[in-house]
Ligand binder design. Structure first.
Ligand code: XMP
Length: 510
């Protein structure tokens, strides 16, 4: 399989680069720059390497540097932003540092003849985010693009297949970013494009069939897209040796437990055990308000339930989970800060009864998981379901979790979703839900004063969930939802709409 290495120097768009490459049907993997040597890059057969951006200046003593030998390894390289400066610096060029120039945002650039810019108009818009820039390119390089204030917006040494851009082609604000990346992957690296999700599904089924043999697997099924796809994939590999355990922790959306049970037993004829464990979870969560503690408790309790159920089935060497690539990155890799402990990664206790965890989707992005789901024949309404966090409504209930508060949130959430879908807004909204805040406020009904709960409505539009825009929902949809919630849900007298994008906020409130 062809593969491109995204060599991570700590930039914020690193995952996006890998996704953009994979969109072009070439597998890309992200590796921290200090975990792979130039020699390994050559030996592991990468068709090309992309140096990512990063927050540093090449002149900082502690900034990430790399072995210059990689420039002569005969592998095509594309440097992006910091990666561009690093390439110039490694090759003996000159970087102009310290606020001499600062470009941020959409910027017009012009280019000269280069395979990298094939099909790109001579002048177009790119996304810039830098202070340092390449003042003098290294020997053998020529400048191939510039902006009004940046003399080296792109440079190359075509003989050595070394290319670099100061801007970010992976960001959608760069008008022809996709074309530029495609030109690198296909035009420079000579890839043919062999990364397709139906191949992935078939390859994985064959792989797990062989790996698991006739042993048993327990799959943690939440009914969300990721665990559903993982379960169906494994079901196709090992059939009835797969037992799905669906823990209804009582923190699911309204009627969701029944929906999940029906789908997997009736549509897929799987061996499914549903555990109704609300009481158990609520007992452990009693009095807990800290978001990370909630996540850890739920993650732990999940595993305990699985262990207990697993023991009932006999020896179960494998536990399967629907962990995906962003879960792993956002739970804290070498170069990324820990933002939240996703319950299926960070929340795992150290000691569990299973010998091995299987995560068939751990290298996939969300859109790839969906494509695998479609390739596996999972119904569209399940594959395209909006994501739902493992800890469920716990991270949408700010403050303490009680049965009554769960019910209040479920009711408000169901109304909001219903109204949004009825108006056809679910096409523009990638994820939408209600949050029960811990704010009480004064209201009035008839002539009487009320002192009730505040529900926040959240809807985001995104294709990767790493960044997200708040959805511009029509006022009348919001009004209808607000009016129905305050009328129909007992104890709620105020509804607000969350107009924060990610960053700076996250999608979930906790
Ligand atoms: P955040 O809140 O981190 O959410 O911006 C990004 C996406 O991830 C979902 N999410 C989770 N999914 N386990 C999951 O499987 C979790 O612990 C978890 N926390 C957040 C969230 O719903 C959004 O789609």
């Amino acid at each position: 399989m062809e593969k491109i290495l995204v060599l991570d120097f700590g930039g914020q768009y690193n995952q996006l680069i890998a996704r953009r490459v994979r969109e072009q049907h070439v597998y890309a993997e992200i590796r921290p720059y200090n975990k792979i040597t130039a020699r390994e890059i050559r030996d592991e057969g990468y068709k090309g390497v992309i140096f990512t951006g990063g927050p540093n200046s090449v002149y900082d003593e502690h900034s990430p540097h790399y072995d210059p030998a990689v420039l002569d390894a005969g592998i095509p390289i594309l440097g992006i932003c910091y990666g561009c400066q690093l390439m110039a610096w490694m090759g003996g060029g000159e970087i102009c540092a310290a606020n001499a120039i600062s470009e941020y945002g959409k910027t017009a650039f012009t280019h000269r003849n280069s395979v990298l810019f094939e099909g790109v108009p001579e002048e177009s818009v790119c996304w810039m985010s830098h202070t340092d820039y390449v003042k003098t390119v290294p020997a053998g390089f020529t400048v191939t693009a510039s902006t009004a204030s940046c003399p080296t917006a792109a440079m190359e040494d075509a003989n050595r297949k070394l290319y670099a851009v100061q801007f970010h082609p992976e960001v959608t604000h760069t008008q022809y970013g996709r074309e530029i990346l495609k030109n690198f992957i296909y035009g420079v690296c000579g890839c043919k494009g062999d990364w397709h999700m139906d191949d992935f599904a078939q390859r994985s089924i064959a792989y797990y069939k062989k790996k698991i043999g006739d042993k048993k697997v327990v799959c943690a099924l939440s009914g969300g897209v990721d665990s559903s796809v993982a379960a169906v994939l494994l079901h196709k590999a090992i059939g009835k040796n797969l037992t799905c355990i669906f823990v209804d922790h009582g923190l699911l959306r309204k009627n969701e437990g029944d929906f999940v049970e029906h789908t997997f037993t009736k549509t897929f004829d799987m061996h499914l055990i549903r555990v109704n464990a609300q009481e158990r979870f609520l007992t452990r969560l009693k009095g807990v308000t800290d978001p990370e503690t909630k996540r850890k408790i739920i993650g732990e309790e999940f595993i305990r339930v699985f262990e207990e159920e697993g023991r009932k089935i006999g020896k179960v060497p494998f536990l399967a989970q629907g962990t995906i690539y962003p879960d792993i990155i956002e739970s804290g890799s070498d170069n990324a800060d820990t933002i939240k402990s996703h319950h299926n990664v960070g929340g795992l206790p150290d000691v569990i009864d299973f010998d091995e965890i299987i995560e068939p989707l751990r290298n996939l992005f969300k859109d790839e998981v969906r494509a695998v789901g479609e390739a596996l024949g999972i119904p569209k309404q399940l594959v395209w379901r909006q994501p739902f966090p493992g800890p469920g409504l716990a991270v949408r209930l700010i403050g303490e979790i009680t049965e009554e508060r769960v019910r209040t949130l479920q009711d408000a959430d169901a109304i909001f979703r219903e109204e949004l879908e009825k108006a056809g807004c679910d096409k523009q909204a990638s994820q939408y839900f209600a949050v029960l805040t811990d704010t009480l406020s004064v209201g009035v009904i008839g002539d009487a004063r009320t002192y009730g709960h505040t529900v926040a409505l959240r809807s985001v539009t995104t294709d990767d969930f790493m960044t997200a825009e708040w959805t511009r929902l029509p006022y009348d949809v919001l009004e209808k939802a607000s009016s129905r919630i305050t009328n129909e849900v007992k104890g709620v007298n105020r509804v607000v709409y969350d107009i924060t994008s990610k960053p700076p906020a996250t999608v979930e409130w906790e």
